[in-house]
Write a protein that binds this ligand. Structure first.
Ligand code: ZN
Length: 245
């Protein structure tokens, strides 16, 4: 695929009247993910990868509007970026894809791997499948990344540092490039951007194989799958459930 045939749609979660999760010191998820996505967009453009954002300022957008933007632009990949929250003090990184989506699983796996490579101390909460609205209603490979738990004081403090936000953007960049298969052709335009550490590509492809194997196993039980799908699509449309730990 040529670079000019690619379009990445980045979706900073929440915004405007919806701040998302708010840390104990008042840091808002909507602001954190917007900053990360704005840096990530610049990084991608410096690689010659076309990017659109669902929002570039602190404004409210419905979930449907976000999906419509990605679908009408015929995006190649859709990435929704969020911070997590729970009532239990949980921490870690997790990335979601649509239930049963092989391409989505591949994309989510690349992102999760890149995030864990960058944040080596973080808990790996894994690649998970869910029927979240923005994953279900977007027509391209889509993933929703939960960067960390903003309601944990130590993590909120990290989110308040610009170099940490840049590190999240770098990690997501690596994941997107790995998914597009253009990670090795660096730098395409800019100089001095991060390259993939050795071994990452291998781990990424190993995870992909495992995830795809798991999905194929699930797909083997079509009746259970169809039942699970019906149950999930009946659920109220929410961004994310609380991490039930
Ligand atoms: Zn969120």
């Amino acid at each position: 695929m040529k670079l000019d045939e690619i379009l990445i749609v980045l979706d900073p979660g929440h915004g405007g009247k919806d701040p998302g999760a708010v840390g104990k010191l008042g840091l808002r998820e909507s602001d954190v993910v917007l900053s990360v996505c704005l840096i990530l967009a610049e990084n991608l453009r410096s690689y010659g990868v076309p990017v659109k954002l669902t929002r570039e300022v602190d404004e409210f957008l419905s979930l449907a509007e976000r999906c419509d933007l990605a679908n009408s632009a015929k995006a190649t990949l859709f990435l929704s970026v969020h911070c997590n929250a729970s009532t239990t003090g949980a921490t870690g990184i997790e990335t979601f894809h649509m239930l049963g989506s092989v391409k989505g699983a591949e994309f989510a796996g690349c992102l999760q791997d890149s995030l864990l490579d960058e944040f080596t101390e973080s808990n790996d909460r894994g690649v998970k499948q869910e029927s979240y609205y923005v994953l279900r209603k977007t027509k391209m490979a889509a993933a929703l990344a939960e960067l960390e738990f903003i309601d944990v004081a130590e993590k909120e403090e990290l989110f308040s540092q610009s170099h940490v936000l840049a590190a999240y953007a770098d990690a997501l960049l690596d994941g997107i490039l790995a998914m597009l298969g253009i990670a090795k052709r660096v730098p395409l335009i800019a100089k001095g951007l991060p390259t993939l550490p050795s071994g990452r590509e291998k781990r990424c492809s190993e995870r992909r194989k495992l995830v795809i194997k798991g999905l194929v196993a699930v797909a083997g039980n079509l009746e259970a799958e169809a039942k699970a799908m019906r149950k999930l699509t009946e659920e109220v449309l929410t961004w994310e459930e609380e991490a039930g730990e």
